[in-house]
Design a protein around this ligand. Structure first.
Ligand code: AHR
Length: 523
């Protein structure tokens, strides 16, 4: 979809072999490796919001819901399958009102606070630094901690990093030891604030840039242990807040005022709203084709947002030292009727699966800059992986896309040139097909495809350069209706199955995808 070959080049590429009838034409250049797809593109986000943490991940060790040290067993099992690379916490807007010292020590003694952003509920701080970092450690997930810049102090931020990562005989490291954790954790990603242009402090980019420089000075890489006579430090990648959607002026100012060596990434957020109207976003399940179309059309704007920011970054940072962390993305609908509007609970349909596939393809197409992406959010909030209610749990169509696509994590991207027919709705159109390919460390090539058209199947005629595949097999995620979804009573309504629509003939591959489907092929 991005950078399609000029038609003359596609013509040349295909001229050696007979052209066969097809709807879409794809050339997979297995001999043209691109950048490595950072596995952190498959990251997640968990905020103290609604039932993401409480009820979604954490039920406490005394809960009748089966758990391991307070973490739900069913959610642990589901997440293990996804190979979640990185998890952002504690927010979101919540991060800029979170004071970490309230969340350490004996749980019954922790002070309470009001979660002003999300429903005004009482936060009892029973899930804090130890609970988060131990969860990540247990699942082999990189923690990504967002520090409080909006209402916190530099001292607070500095002490938090010391508490989490220092091995010294120092006040914060000793406080951690007194709270039962001897070894420091490894924390390699720190976000310096969240949406500082909005809920994180309503700042101007000039002010934030100076504040970033100040906070960043005191975020230290603490020594952790001796390895072979050398001190091993906890090396932190620092992510600065950048603008929302088309607030390119923010990125401009940030890149101008903060030396590129002082940051490793900038954070961009983009949510897909079916209507584009925050007061009336559109329902999660009761939508028609008009909102199916507008949701997918709006999703594709992610590509424009990344490209526009890249163009600004290329001026100050042509060597691409600073990455893009799309550390909040996903669909945002009207909350489910009858649920707390501050909890952002929404169902998740086949439409969300298509949105996930499109966005992941966009991130992979920008793998030279996109260092991380974190879908919002892990459980029970916005475009979730899992939904829970008491002791019940089900996974969503979006979960299955992350499961099918995990083979792309850390793989080398391969050039794909695609000429797609349009999916037309009314007077507007978007490409019907989206594609991305990679080669993993074992040499396997994976090609993922999305058919956005809810009405028509599409045939993709693929030419494969630089590879003679011996076999092809695959998986497909689709359903009879646009709004098919999983519930606690029918948890398998939408789940992947084997795909038999791919036929291999030498270096030619023909893939017939049903309407509204996501396919993953292994060559
Ligand atoms: O993910 C929900 C909220 O969306 C986050 O708290 C905030 O950063 C964004 O506006």
């Amino acid at each position: 979809m991005r950078n399609p070959l000029p038609s003359i080049l596609v013509g040349l590429a295909l001229s050696a072999s007979p052209v066969f009838a097809s709807d879409a034409t794809l050339v997979l250049h297995a001999d043209q490796p691109g950048p490595v797809i950072n596995r952190n593109i498959y990251g997640q986000f968990s905020e103290h919001l609604g039932h993401c943490i409480y009820g979604g991940i954490w039920v406490g060790p005394d809960s009748p819901i089966p758990n391991t040290n307070g973490y739900r067993n069913d959610v642990i099992a589901a997440l293990k399958e996804l190979h979640v690379p990185i998890l952002r916490w504690p927010g979101g807007c919540f991060a800029d009102e979170y004071h970490w010292k309230d969340g350490i020590g004996p749980r019954e003694k922790r002070p309470k606070m009001i979660n002003t952003h999300w429903g005004g509920v009482v936060e009892d701080n029973s899930f804090g630094t130890h609970e988060f970092l131990n969860f990540c450690e247990m699942l082999g997930i990189e923690p990504y901690v967002c520090i409080n810049v909006g209402s916190g102090t530099v001292q607070e931020a500095m002490e938090w990093v010391e508490y989490m990562t220092s091995n010294a005989d120092s006040p914060m490291a000793n406080l951690r030891r007194a709270n039962g954790r001897d070894k420091p954790w490894k924390v390699h990603f720190i976000a310096v604030g969240n949406e500082s242009w909005g809920c994180g402090g309503n700042m101007r980019p000039e002010y934030y840039s100076d504040l970033y420089r100040r906070f960043n000075t005191f975020i230290k890489d603490y020594p952790q242990r001796m390895v072979g006579g050398k001190v091993e430090k906890n090396v932190i990648k620092r992510i600065a807040v950048s603008g929302y959607i088309d607030n390119l002026a923010w990125t401009d100012v940030l890149m101008d005022r903060v030396p590129v060596k002082q940051m490793d990434g900038i954070s961009l957020h983009y949510y897909t709203l079916p209507t584009g109207d925050w007061d009336n976003k559109g329902p999660s399940t009761q939508f028609d084709e008009s909102q199916w179309f507008s949701t997918l059309r709006n999703t594709l704007k992610m590509d424009d947002m990344i490209a526009a920011n890249e163009a600004i970054m290329d001026k100050a940072d042509p060597d691409k030292h600073v990455g893009i962390a799309v550390d909040e993305w996903g669909t945002w609908y009207d909350v489910e009727p009858g649920t707390n509007p501050g909890f952002l609970f929404q169902q998740n349909t086949l439409r969300d699966a298509i949105v996930a596939g499109l966005n992941l393809h966009i991130f992979q197409a920008h793998a030279d800059r996109v260092m991380m992406a974190n879908i919002a959010q892990l459980a029970n909030v916005l475009q979730s992986m899992v939904l829970t209610d008491g002791n019940k749990m089900c996974v969503t169509p979006t979960y299955w896309v992350f499961d099918m696509f995990k083979v792309h994590q850390g793989a080398t991207s391969l050039r794909v040139d695609l000429l797609s027919p349009d999916y037309t709705y009314g007077r507007e159109h978007i490409p019907a097909v989206s594609a991305s390919a990679s080669r993993d460390s074992a040499g396997k090539v994976h090609l993922s495809l999305v058919n956005t058209n809810p009405n028509d199947a599409v045939t993709v005629a693929c030419t494969i350069d630089g590879l003679k595949p011996a076999s092809v097999n695959g998986q497909i995620l689709t359903a009879p209706t646009m709004n098919a979804h999983n519930t606690f009573d029918t948890p398998d309504n939408v789940r992947p199955g084997p795909f038999d629509g791919a036929k291999l003939d030498g270096d030619r591959l023909t893939v017939t995808m049903p309407s509204k489907s996501v396919v993953m092929l292994e060559l």
